[in-house]
Design a protein around this ligand. Structure first.
Ligand code: AMP
Ligand code: FE
Ligand code: FE
Ligand code: ZN
Length: 284
């Protein structure tokens, strides 16, 4: 059978090298079966899944884009910054990834200590075992809470304990805003603001904040996401236009129980040339 033409682009996805459930090759196969021709693998603070995904992409006819989703320190809400690269191990970023993992371990430990302090007993070794070497994130703690019987499912774990501002939540102690964008640029990549809604800023505050990111070298903003309402789509697209940012997006797929699948990038779908336009902004 002739490989079907690239019909969908999805610039946001996760593997079990961070908090997704699929091996990189399985993720690529699922994406291929759904008609995705361009897939960025954007694990949290690691690029450990990229090489395997590229190899699987070569076999399955999927162009895999090396990516990362960096945790950024902000005073309220949470900020994730996507980076897209030509190089599967872009320096200097690649040299800093081990340190990001250590920062995540310390933060996860603090959240587990808080839970234990609240009388919600969570075994640290069980959290570590569940993550299987991936940089630790809240989803790994949520799963340990489920296994310990404190909650019925991961969503309850977020709603009661781990969501932004909930009692066991500890914010990211990672890169600063400008520092993260500059690191992506210095590593030859294009930086994109992920899911702007999680910043929890109203329009009057989001607009100048996006202006600040643009000043720092931001190339794009996520506009095409399956959970965006028509109103969110319009707001974020207006910001993209105002600040001459590329309207990017993706499914943010993590696991089969996710509400959306690889290639679901909202309505309208993500334009197929988006990553080329993003990478054209990278300086080398
Ligand atoms: P972390 O990087 O450790 O802060 O964890 C972020 C990840 O946790 C996100 O990528 C989501 O997978 C998940 N997450 C964050 N907030 C929630 C929430 N309120 N409900 C469900 N999952 C969430
Ligand atoms: Fe995640
Ligand atoms: Fe994110
Ligand atoms: Zn994500």
């Amino acid at each position: 059978m002739v490989a079907s033409p690239a019909v969908l682009a999805d610039l946001h996805s996760h593997t079990n090298r961070s908090d997704g459930s699929h091996d990189p090759s399985a993720l690529v196969e699922i994406a291929a079966a759904r008609g995705v021709g361009i897939l960025a693998v954007t694990d949290h603070d690691t690029m450990a899944g990229v090489a395997e995904a590229i190899a699987a992409g070569n076999a399955a006819g999927v162009r895999v884009i090396p990516g990362i989703e960096l945790s950024i320190k902000v005073p309220h809400g949470s900020m994730h910054l996507l980076g897209y690269f030509n190089d599967p191990a872009p320096a200097p970023l690649s040299g800093l990834i081990a340190g990001f993992g250590e920062t995540r371990t310390e933060r996860a430990r603090e959240m587990v200590d808080r839970l234990n302090g609240m009388g919600v007993a969570v075994d640290w070794d069980d959290v570590l075992a569940g993550a299987a070497g991936a940089p630790l994130g809240r989803p790994h703690i949520a799963e340990a809470l489920v296994r310990a019987g404190h909650v019925v499912g991961r969503q309850e774990a977020f709603d009661r304990y781990l969501g932004d501002g909930r009692p066991a939540y500890v914010g990211s102690d990672g890169l600063g805003v400008e520092e993260g964008i500059q690191l992506v640029i210095d590593s030859g990549g294009a930086a994109v603001l992920a899911h702007p809604e999680t910043l929890k800023l109203d329009d009057a505050h989001l607009d100048p904040f996006v202006g600040r990111l643009k000043q720092a070298g931001l190339a794009g903003i996520e506009v095409h996401r399956p959970e965006h309402t028509a109103d969110q789509f319009a707001r974020f697209r207006a910001l993209a236009r105002k600040y001459t940012l590329i309207a990017s997006g993706g499914s943010d797929y993590h696991r089969p129980s996710s509400p959306h699948h690889p290639g679901s990038t909202g309505n309208p779908a993500l334009p197929i040339d988006t990553v080329d336009r993003l990478l054209a902004t990278a300086l080398r």
